[in-house]
Design a protein around this ligand. Structure first.
Ligand SMILES: Nc1ncnc2c1ncn2[C@@H]1O[C@H](COP(=O)(O)OP(=O)(O)OP(=O)(O)O)[C@@H](O)[C@H]1O
Length: 355
């Protein structure tokens, strides 16, 4: 508990970077006492280095920022616009929001994104589950209850972001997934024995073989620093948790990582490093990428996950495609088999990197 029990006397100390101004905060990643100005500089510079070292963008590219209105994507939109200007990346930036149709949550956070559109001068595109799938999450939850609703939401959101990106004709989507999210996903994939996801969850860019690649410029950025940055810069973001998210299993992993971070801040980076260095045995069968026979979206099975889930909703059989084949009506099972088989979708908590 070393990090928490130290007396928090920042006032009289000088910033250990510039040695001129007074320290205003203890940097969560390194525990250095620094001033606000130096914090902004190291925070932005580290993200710039990650972008350059990993060649995340090319000059002239159109980039959609997945904008939920939350702290991570708001800070991402702000910092990317700043870096784009400062370092002449030559990018055309857009905000892309998915409206899942959650009253009292997404409608409010979308209002924040609409303000960000004006504040940062970035054009905004909103795509909704209602328009794309004919269902809002409110309607889905009414039908299926709270259990498994994150599975529907995660699968639909992943595809909705791709569809919105195609409408915007962008080259890449950037999301606000941060170092804590990635460490948490490494742990969860180990706990679930999900080797396929474990092998790709630490990649900074994914989906290069799919319609639109995605990247995570905040892969090494700590959540606590994102919150501090947003707070000191007085950025306009929405901070309410999703009203439908039970998040039990992921919640335990998150708490565990926060406990480790309190004892040893580097733990987050070390978990990511471990994830990056896992060697997947060559005898492990990995899914092969193809396209969905129904909608043409990428899929490792004949029908993509979204089509299987949608089929279940439209037939009044929402458990179709959830978990193993349990809950499948035998008629539908036969039909689906004739139609090409289903993917087994384990119930997943929301906030997954794999959305
Ligand atoms: N409805 C949405 N529309 C567009 N992008 C989204 C949406 N939901 C999530 N994302 C993207 O996925 C990233 C991770 O989402 P997650 O649900 O884990 O939220 P989070 O960690 O709370 O992030 P944020 O603080 O940006 O909401 C977000 O930073 C954002 O880039």
């Amino acid at each position: 508990m070393e990090a928490d029990t130290k007396p928090k006397k920042y006032g009289p100390r000088l910033c250990c970077i510039c040695n001129q101004r007074r320290a205003a905060l203890k940097r969560p990643k390194t525990l250095e006492q620094i001033c606000k100005e130096c914090f902004y500089e190291v925070f932005e510079e580290e993200i710039h280095q990650v972008i350059m070292e990993n060649q995340l963008f090319k000059p002239g590219e159109r980039i959609a920022i997945g904008a939920s209105g939350g702290k991570d994507s708001t800070v991402l939109a702000y910092v990317l616009s700043e870096l784009n200007r400062r370092h002449n990346y030559g990018l055309d930036l857009f905000l892309l929001s998915v409206d899942e149709g959650i009253t009292g949550y997404r409608d409010d956070s979308l209002e924040t994104v609409k303000r960000n559109e004006l504040q940062y001068g970035l054009p905004l595109k909103i795509v909704s589950y209602k328009d794309l799938y004919g269902w809002t999450m409110d309607e889905i939850v009414k039908m299926i209850g709270l259990k498994n609703n994150c599975t529907f939401c995660g699968v639909f959101r992943r595809q909705a972001l791709d569809r919105g990106a195609a409408l915007l004709k962008v080259d890449k989507v950037a999301t606000g997934h941060n170092a804590d999210d990635i460490a948490e996903t490494v742990l969860l994939n180990i706990l679930r024995g999900d080797i396929a996801r474990l092998s790709r969850c630490t990649s900074i860019t994914t989906g290069e073989d799919g319609p639109i690649p995605r990247c995570k410029p905040f892969k090494y950025t700590y959540e606590k620093e994102i919150v501090m940055y947003a707070y000191f810069k007085k950025l306009d973001y929405f901070s309410t948790e999703c009203i439908y998210s039970p998040n039990a299993y992921r919640g335990f992993a998150r708490e565990f990582i926060k406990d480790l971070e309190r004892i040893r801040p580097r733990a987050i980076l070390d978990i990511i490093k471990s994830g990056e260095n896992f060697r997947i045995s060559t005898s492990t069968k990995m899914p092969e990428q193809g396209t969905c026979e129904r909608c043409g979206y990428i899929s490792s099975q004949k029908w993509c996950k979204a089509c299987v889930l949608l089929e279940g909703l439209n037939r009044g059989l929402p458990k179709l495609g959830i978990g193993r084949s349990r809950g499948l009506n035998s008629d539908v099972k036969k039909d689906i088999k004739q139609g090409g088989g289903t993917e087994s979708i384990e119930s997943k908590q929301c906030g997954s990197l794999d959305f």
